[in-house]
Design a protein around this ligand. Structure first.
Ligand SMILES: O=C[C@H](O)COP(=O)(O)O
Length: 249
C-alpha cells in the first residue's frame, strides 16, 4: 500500500524571521509529489509568521513540543490549544534532545501524544537509541521501550494519526548518518513491532528517518522500502538544500 511521504524540517532553536520569509518564498511555488507533505517546525515565535505566509497547500507547520496540560501556571510552555488557535497541525514529541535535556520521560511523552491527539494535532513521535545502546545490541529493546507506553496510552488505532520518526541519537547533528541498510533494517523492525499490535495500522504509519540527512545522502535513504521521508535538522536551515531534500522523497 502506498503511504504518505513526508519531509519535515526541525529548526530546533535556530532561525529567525528572515529565514521564515526565505523559506516561504523558496517553497511556495515548488511542485511536490501528489501524496507528499512538507512540514516546517520552527521555534514557536515564528509559527504565526510561517502560517500567514505559506500558500502551498502541501506545506504545513509544526511545533517542536507542547505541554501536557491544557493551560495554567506553566511559565515558558505552550499548549495544544494555542497551536489549534494558529491552525498548526503537527507537533514533534519525544525528540531525543527533549528526552535528554528536559526530562521528557517515556511516560510523559505518552501523555503528550495523547493530549496532542485529543486536541486534533498530529504528533511526530521521535524514538531512537544511543551509540552505546546500539553497540550493546539494545537498539530494538530501546525502540520498543519508547513505543510501548505510547501504544498503551493511546491505543494502536490512534497510530493512524501519528507519524513516527526514527532518529538514532548518534547520528543527530554529528554528520554520521546511519547507512541506508541500517536505517532500513531499523525501520523494518519498527514497522514489525507496530504490526505485532495491528498489521493494517503498521502499514499506514509514515516512518521518517532523522539524523544528519542532507541533499547528498537523502536519495539513498528515501529509496528504502520502509523509509517514508525524513526529519531534517541542520540541513533544513538552508532553503536550497531543504528544497533538494523535499524533491528527493
Ligand atoms: O529533528 C531532527 C534531527 O534531530 C536531526 O538533526 P540533524 O539533521 O541536524 O542531524
Amino acid at each position: 500500500m502506498s503511504r504518505q511521504t513526508i519531509v519535515a524540517a526541525n529548526w530546533k532553536m535556530n532561525g529567525n524571521a528572515e529565514l521564515a520569509a526565505q523559506m516561504c518564498r523558496g517553497l511556495n511555488d515548488e511542485k511536490f509529489n501528489a501524496d507528499q507533505q512538507v512540514i516546517i517546525c520552527p521555534p514557536a515565535p515564528y509559527l504565526a509568521l510561517l502560517q500567514a505566509n505559506i500558500s502551498n497547500s502541501q506545506i504545513a507547520c509544526g511545533a517542536q513540543n507542547i505541554n501536557e496540560n491544557e493551560k495554567g501556571a506553566f511559565t515558558g510552555e505552550i499548549s495544544a490549544l494555542m497551536l489549534n488557535d494558529l491552525q498548526v497541525q503537527y507537533v514533534i514529541l519525544g525528540h531525543s534532545e527533549r528526552r535528554a535535556m528536559f526530562h521528557d520521560s517515556t511516560e510523559l511523552v505518552a501523555e503528550k501524544v495523547a493530549y496532542a491527539l485529543d486536541s486534533g494535532l498530529t504528533p511526530i513521535l521521535c524514538i531512537g537509541e544511543t551509540l552505546e545502546e546500539r553497540e550493546d545490541g539494545e537498539t530494538e529493546s530501546r525502540l520498543s521501550y519508547q513505543l510501548a507506553p505510547v501504544i498503551a496510552k493511546v491505543g494502536i488505532e490512534s497510530f493512524k494519526n501519528v507519524v513516527v520518526a526514527y532518529e538514532p541519537v548518534w547520528a543527530i547533528g554529528t554528520g554520521k548518518t546511519a547507512s541506508a541498510e541500517i536505517a532500513q533494517q531499523t525501520h523494518e523492525f519498527i514497522r514489525s513491532y507496530l504490526a505485532s499490535f495491528d498489521a493494517d495500522v503498521a502499514q499506514q504509519v509514515p516512518l521518517l528517518y532523522g539524523g544528519s540527512v542532507n541533499a547528498k545522502n537523502c536519495e539513498e535513504l528515501f529509496a528504502q522500502a520502509d523509509i517514508d521521508g525524513g526529519l531534517i535538522g541542520g540541513a533544513s536551515l538552508n532553503v536550497e538544500e531543504f528544497k533538494k531534500i523535499c524533491q528527493a522523497v
